[in-house]
Design a protein around this ligand. Structure first.
Ligand SMILES: Cc1ncc(COP(=O)(O)O)c(C=O)c1O
Length: 441
């Protein structure tokens, strides 16, 4: 064939012919990876950059921090564990561990009060989120999020042909001292959704929210749980699923705060509403620093065991129909670590040192923010902090150009990757943000 096959005969594009209508609405660069690439390009030119773009824990020299106990245990796995398939629902010890990772020691008292739990291994927390939207929400309906949320939520939800409804992350004026939970916003959003939808799914990234680092406190968790419980009782013909996205919980002061709140609630109620399910998206990416090994789980809680068995089959089907089985090796290695007291102790010591490092970096950012007159969204735990501002893109451009500080402009503000920025560079970050705010203000 001599002719250039790429030369179009006419002026028409292949996209409308080859991509279905939903696919034609997809596209765009991921802003996080876009800003990360820019920071890498500047670094390659020899510039002393501050890279606060990515969501991975980095050493001071910018290399990836890895929990060595996990790495060593993965490396010593036999061929079969490294290369073999996992069962479609996941390895049984990992599925048990996933429930423990969600509920901690409170699993036993919760089960004693009649709650049952099931889990399925998924490729990371993302797999758990995606499979929840596939099955717990109707196509075309809206999923409920707080207005500040992890950007890829939109992509996952769009993939499911669903939309988004939001409620404010922080109330304008706190009611009953609840500074970080906008109960009015939440219940108004629920009231609107029950009018229009048969099923309601809420994703709540807590504790250690991405992108702010905010963690709800005990009263705030209880208030939210009371609100959704009340809605479930008042609307018995609507299905309510609250999914706690616990991606960063192991770096939070209260990793099992939600289990505590559920237990408290169960002690004060006589009957669990049949139309209410609570779920956890468990991720090993951060807790065990196995980001690329795509290991996580969806944990579902409900008192009706028969129903949970049905949920399990449904999730198995969805997993089979999308990713087949989740990768095996980290499921094996991590469940062995958690079932061996010595290995568990080693993992915990390393995890604690990462947690301390994050706390020191956050404190340095907090102090520099105060001295530069910046007000961050309340930031308590985890990998990130967030500055709300209107001119987020312009400020990020200025920070990059004039200070060589690379951050990510996201909906409503700028995300600061506490996980990636050395403590002594936080002053530069705060100064760059203050400068940008002043010049755009
Ligand atoms: C808020 C949030 N949820 C879920 C995830 C899922 O992570 P993974 O799929 O790697 O487990 C992430 C990862 O960055 C996240 O930030």
């Amino acid at each position: 064939m001599e002719e250039n096959m790429l030369e179009a005969e006419g002026e028409y594009s292949p996209s409308p012919l080859l991509l279905n209508p939903h696919a034609q609405t997809k596209g765009g660069d991921d802003p996080i990876f876009h800003w990360f690439s820019r920071s890498m390009a500047a670094k390659a030119e020899g510039i002393d950059v501050v890279n606060g773009t990515l969501g991975s824990l980095l050493h001071e020299d910018g290399t990836l921090m890895v929990n060595k106990t996990v790495e060593a245990h993965i490396r010593q796995q036999p061929e079969r564990e490294l290369c073999g398939y996992a069962p479609l629902k996941g390895l049984p010890p990992f599925r048990e561990l996933a429930i423990d990772m969600a509920l901690g020691d409170l699993r036993v008292p919760l089960e004693k009060l009649g709650l049952s739990a099931t889990s399925i291994a998924t490729p990371g927390g993302c797999g758990a989120l995606s499979v929840s939207a596939t099955n717990f929400l109707d196509r075309g309906d809206n999923l409920l999020l707080r207005n500040r949320h992890w950007g890829p939520y939109r992509t996952i939800i769009h993939e499911q042909n669903c939309g988004i409804e939001t409620w404010p992350l922080i109330p304008e004026s706190p009611v009953n001292g609840l500074k970080n939970y906008d109960g009015h916003g939440f219940t108004s959003a629920l009231a609107g959704l029950v009018e229009r939808q048969k099923r309601i799914l809420i994703w709540l990234n807590d504790p250690a929210h991405n992108p702010t680092g905010l963690s709800l406190c005990r009263n705030e968790r209880s208030a939210l749980l009371n609100d959704i419980w009340g809605f479930a009782v008042a609307h018995p013909n609507t299905g309510f699923t609250l999914l706690i996205d616990a991606a960063y919980s192991f770096y939070a002061d209260e990793p099992f705060g939600w289990a505590e709140s559920i237990l408290e609630k169960m002690k004060t109620e006589r009957k669990w509403p049949t139309n209410l399910m609570l779920c956890f998206a468990v991720s090993c990416s951060k807790s065990h620093t196995v980001y690329g090994l795509r290991t996580g789980a969806l944990v579902c809680l409900h008192p009706d065991e028969k129903f949970l068995n049905n949920v399990n089959d449904v999730l198995l089907h969805s997993g089979r129909g999308t990713w087949s089985a989740a990768p095996r090796v980290a499921q094996r290695a991590i469940s062995e670590i958690h079932n061996d007291p010595q290995l568990l102790e080693k993992w915990t010591v390393e995890r604690d040192s990462f947690k301390q490092l994050l706390a020191a970096r956050r404190e340095a950012l907090r102090i520099s923010s105060i001295s530069n007159g910046l007000t961050l969204i309340p930031t308590h735990d985890g990998y990130f902090a967030f500055l709300e501002c209107e001119e987020n893109h312009a400020i990020c451009e200025m920070a990059a150009k004039d200070h060589h500080v690379y951050l990510v402009p996201l909906n409503g503000g700028i995300r600061i990757g506490v996980c990636a920025i050395p403590e002594e560079k936080m002053a530069r970050v705060a100064a760059a943000l203050a400068d940008g705010l002043e010049r755009t203000g």
